[in-house]
Design a protein. Structure first.
Length: 286
């Protein structure tokens, strides 16, 4: 079934109500490699219950997650060939460690790049406090539909990425990923077999399962939290970037940071292959 523009633009993505426990916040942090040093008190607060516990700001990406809805055949999307292209997150407040949240997702735009050139799907998810209705975070995502161009949709508008920084970074921070990180990260709710099944990864053109793009996003978010926000989640405002290459679990992610008034520009590369995996990064502190 090919893409029908109006049907996909208005695809009904159900709201997701999620009960959040401190264990969920700890699992998310552990799945990003937090607290590998059991003496690092700054990171232990993200994985240990109690009054001092805090949620990592980027945990918003796994809250109210509607699942791999693009796998539904009625979308018309070739789900095996889609790629997570860009991600942005805006925090409107500090995320709770416990409570109940609602994720409200919608498609905000589709761009047809033409036959053989794929398409861009823009979507948004708002995270709300279920008890108060307070908006906690807004997530914006670009999905590159590699196998779905030429269905007669509009050719724009196309979102412009943040400019790439120039010169040498003022700050670099290396954070390792673990060989089993993708298997841990999928416990947050993203069960795409591309990240766990070697056969599926091979069909998609990869030699082995790759790390979730949002896991890479979270590792880079950890680096920005430490380097730009002094480790304080309340200062984490907005983070946006473009995914330029996959990360394989076990590789080391180096985040390169250019401080700017009110925030920073950034990119990230894996040291083992010297490949840029995240580009066009912009960060705004609160």
């Amino acid at each position: 079934m090919p893409i029908t523009y109006e049907r996909l633009l208005n695809f009904p993505i159900p709201d997701v109500r999620q009960r959040l426990r401190w264990q969920d916040a700890a699992l998310y942090a552990l799945s990003l490699g937090c607290a590998q040093d059991p003496m690092d008190e700054a990171e232990l607060r993200f994985v240990t219950e109690g009054a001092a516990m805090r949620a990592l700001p980027t945990m918003a990406v796994v809250l109210g997650y509607p699942g791999f809805w693009l796998r539904d055949p009625t979308t018309g999307v070739d789900a095996l060939r889609l790629v997570h292209g860009e991600q942005a997150i805006t925090l409107h407040g500090t995320l709770p460690v416990e409570g109940e949240v609602i994720g409200r997702s919608r498609v905000t735009g589709i761009v047809d790049r033409g036959e053989g050139k794929g398409a861009l799907l823009y979507s948004e998810r708002v995270i709300l406090d279920a008890a108060t209705g307070e908006k906690l975070a807004t997530l914006e995502q670009t999905t590159f539909l590699r196998g779905d161009g030429g269905f007669g949709g509009p050719s724009g508008p196309v979102k412009k990425p943040a400019p790439e920084p120039e010169g040498a970074p003022a700050i670099t921070l290396d954070l390792p990923t673990r060989p089993e990180m993708a298997l841990l990260y999928r416990l947050n709710g993203d069960h795409n077999p591309l990240h766990s099944d070697p056969a599926v990864a091979a069909k998609a053109g990869f030699p082995r399962p790759i790390l979730h793009g949002l896991a890479t996003f979270g590792v880079v978010g950890r680096a920005l939290l430490r380097a730009v926000c002094g480790g304080d989640p309340a200062r984490f405002g907005r983070m946006e970037c473009r995914f330029s290459a996959p990360v394989f679990p076990g590789e080391t992610i180096r985040t390169e940071i250019w401080p700017q008034p009110g925030g920073a520009a950034f990119r990230a590369r894996v040291l083992e292959r010297d490949v840029v995996v995240v580009g066009n990064g912009a960060f705004r502190a609160r």
